[in-house]
Design a protein around this ligand. Structure first.
Ligand code: J2J
Length: 542
């Protein structure tokens, strides 16, 4: 194959501007590793359980895999669907695929059959890499299905059979062919996952140029250095722990990434103490758990002595909680408001406390253009809430193969409308609401329409609406309002959960609550009145 993976390019004038300003350096993302080899090949890049990988190891292993994959004929124009847990292999595979110009999607480990099948359908991967530790690949059924659908090669971490064992494919083999290379820097390097608000999960093509800029700039803003010891406890493929400044930012600076299986505080505190971790990105519910453990147990709190900086983002973070971070955890706080589509905002390390605690920061780049718009699409005054629209040197220009959705998500000037409601003051943003039909369950995003469609596949359900309901721990939980067919048996939550799980959705997408109603309220224009549904839940709790 020698075609390219399609994407919507930036207009020429903007692309020229981003190059002139030095944002786009026309080098592939693999330069992040190449840069470390001469100076610090022996330095530790990744600590993963009792395994330690130097930069030289990371380079050699990714080259081993790249060489073997290239030998099978994989290269430009090919895509890969990858689903790995928080292990060093996730980065090794990522760099291996980048090296030979195979464009990967990193599915989350929490994704199940529905999400995996959907990503598979969209990118038609020639290669699938999964793990026997995941329910989907425990037996051979799903793997055989994917082979039948055209996955020419399927590798599984820890398989017995060397022919398909990722561990075996990482051992030295055929050398990387001279002519194999990453995709051109202005083309797609990999796909990021969209949190989504539509019926099917959308993919975000990210180019080397745009992603690399967001990483280099984030490294500056977050003060990442070769001394940084970064704890990756969020799902490693997610945009936040990957790039804001993320593991890739740490590799760029020559620091060390310490893998954790989850943000669960007991394990993380032990790892921080043992590996002298200095930096960690977290979502707000995890911060709350960390605060509780540190508060309850002074011995535990001492384990955090090396921790210098906590980045918090992904969902609304209450100011009162933010203020407790330095006090109780003894580290600095940096708020992050980012999106896999591009735009990332940070509070700055030298910002005064009122900005650090009460805002979600300002954009990375002087060339991030941000508009805050009223319902008619006109700019609002500073201090007034409005819908966020943005374009810039690392904000994408179109979802993969989604012309209809792109027509709605982008305006005539190429600004991406994120669906967030923000207030801007002196350039700093606060996230105050949302107009997209999405539930943000502690940083995990749920597209209401996706779940409603799946609920409606149940023979006894005639109408379904999924809305957010406030939750003390997660910030938001989901509630499904259902109208049942006349005369149908009463359906209980367990049966409904079984229905959804059988369809194969990730567990975080299961509605936390169900409410059965005789009809859904409608707005004047006949749409489901979700505001009223949300209000009825709040009143219920009062
Ligand atoms: C409120 N809402 C926030 C915040 C994101 C860094 C950090 C986070 C993400 C991320 C990311 C928020 N306060 N601080 O990609 O690089 C909500 C908004 C936003 C959506 C994006 C990164 N930080 N959000 O969360 O693609 O609604 O990226 O549009 O998963 O999360 O979600 P996602």
């Amino acid at each position: 194959a020698s075609s390219m993976v399609d994407f919507t390019p930036w207009p020429q004038d903007l692309a020229a501007r981003y190059r002139d300003a030095g944002y786009w350096i026309d080098r592939p993302l693999t330069r992040i590793l190449d840069g470390q080899l001469s100076a610090s090949g022996a330095h530790e890049a990744i600590i993963c359980g009792d395994r330690r990988f130097t930069y030289a190891d990371l380079d050699a292993l990714s080259r081993n895999l790249a060489g073997r994959l290239a030998e099978t004929g994989l290269g430009h124009g090919d895509t890969a669907l990858v689903q790995l847990p928080n292990l060093a292999e996730l980065y090794i595979v990522f760099f291996a695929l980048l090296r030979i110009g195979v464009v990967p999607v990193n599915a989350l480990f929490s994704h199940r059959r529905m999400e995996m099948a959907e990503y598979f359908r969209q990118v038609e991967p020639a290669l699938v890499i999964g793990s026997r530790g995941h329910e989907l690949f425990r037996d051979n059924q799903f793997a055989d299905e994917l082979r039948g659908l055209g996955a020419g090669l399927l590798l599984l971490l820890d398989d017995e059979d060397p022919a398909i064992s990722l561990k075996h494919w990482l051992t030295p083999g055929p050398a990387l062919p001279e002519n194999s290379a990453p995709t051109p820097p202005h083309e797609v390097a990999f796909f990021q996952l969209s949190g989504g608000s539509t019926g099917t999960p959308k993919l975000i093509p990210r180019t080397h140029n745009d992603y690399d800029y967001s990483i280099r700039a984030s490294v500056e803003i977050c003060g990442v250095t070769a001394e940084t010891r970064f704890l990756c406890a969020l799902p490693a493929g997610h945009n936040f722990p990957l790039s804001s400044p993320g593991a890739l930012g740490v590799f760029h600076a020559g620091g060390t990434v310490v893998m954790a299986p989850s943000p669960e505080p007991m394990t993380c505190f032990d790892l921080i103490a043992a590996e002298r971790v200095t930096m960690v990105p977290l979502v707000p519910p995890a911060v709350a758990l960390w605060l509780r453990l540190a508060e309850d147990d002074p011995v535990r709190r001492e384990q955090l002595a090396s921790l210098d900086l906590m980045l918090v983002g992904g969902a609304s973070f209450a100011e009162a909680t933010a203020r407790r971070v330095p006090e109780l955890l003894g580290c600095r706080l940096q708020q992050v408001f980012g999106m896999a589509e591009g735009l990332v905002n940070y509070t700055r390390l030298d910002d005064p406390p009122e900005l650090v605690f009460a805002t979600q920061g300002r954009p990375i780049s002087p060339d991030d253009e941000v508009r805050v718009l009223d319902e008619a699409g006109n700019p609002v005054q500073d201090g007034t809430p409005g819908a966020l629209a943005t374009r810039g040197p690392y904000t994408f220009r179109g979802y993969y193969r989604s012309p209809e959705h792109n027509a709605r998500a982008f305006d005539a000037d190429g600004f991406y409308h994120s669906g967030d409601v923000v207030v801007r003051e002196s350039g700093y943003l606060r996230v105050v609401g949302r107009i997209k039909d999405q539930i943000n369950r502690g940083g995990e995003k749920i597209a209401a329409e996706e779940i409603e469609n799946l609920l409606l596949r149940h023979a006894d359900i005639t109408h379904a609406a999924l809305v957010a309901t406030p939750d003390a721990h997660l910030g938001e939980k989901s509630c499904a309002f259902l109208v049942l067919r006349d005369g149908s048996e009463k359906l209980g939550p367990p049966a409904l959960r079984r229905h959804l799980l059988a369809l194969g959705i990730a567990e975080y997408k299961l509605p936390d609550r169900f409410r059965f109603v005789s009809a859904l309220p409608l707005t004047a224009v006949g749409k489901i009145d979700k505001r009223r549904l949300r209000e009825s839940l709040v009143n219920e709790n009062a």
